[in-house]
Design a protein around this ligand. Structure first.
Ligand SMILES: [Zn+2]
Length: 106
């Protein structure tokens, strides 16, 4: 029981640490709150710096990837990554790597 409590405390502390470090990195320390949401956020994507945005939403604990063969969505850790694409299983990865018949559209 005590270990669970310690784990929760640790997770909260880690979250707080990441938040603080991000605020320090961007230079917008939460102080006073003069401009709420004005400094951040690209208005029209004009000033796009070298900061690639992830396609998947960050709310998910684990990003879901789509199988390139059957289109099934699977957790990234359980999927097979091959050739820059993800597959739901080894069978589909093999099928994509060595197509029997060579009917590759794209
Ligand atoms: Zn599949």
């Amino acid at each position: 029981m005590r270990q669970i409590f310690l784990l929760v405390v640790f997770v909260l502390a880690a979250r707080w640490l990441v938040k603080t470090m991000r605020a320090v990195q961007t230079g917008t320390a939460p102080r006073g709150g003069a401009a709420p949401g004005a400094a951040r956020g690209p208005a029209n994507g004009g000033a796009r710096q070298a900061r690639p945005e992830p396609r998947e939403p960050r709310q998910l604990a684990e990003p879901m990837v789509r199988c390139a063969v059957c289109g099934v969505h699977a957790p990234k850790s359980e999927s097979i990554a091959f050739g820059g694409q993800y597959f739901c299983g080894v069978d589909h990865a093999r099928r994509h790597a060595a197509p029997a018949g060579g009917r590759e559209g794209r």
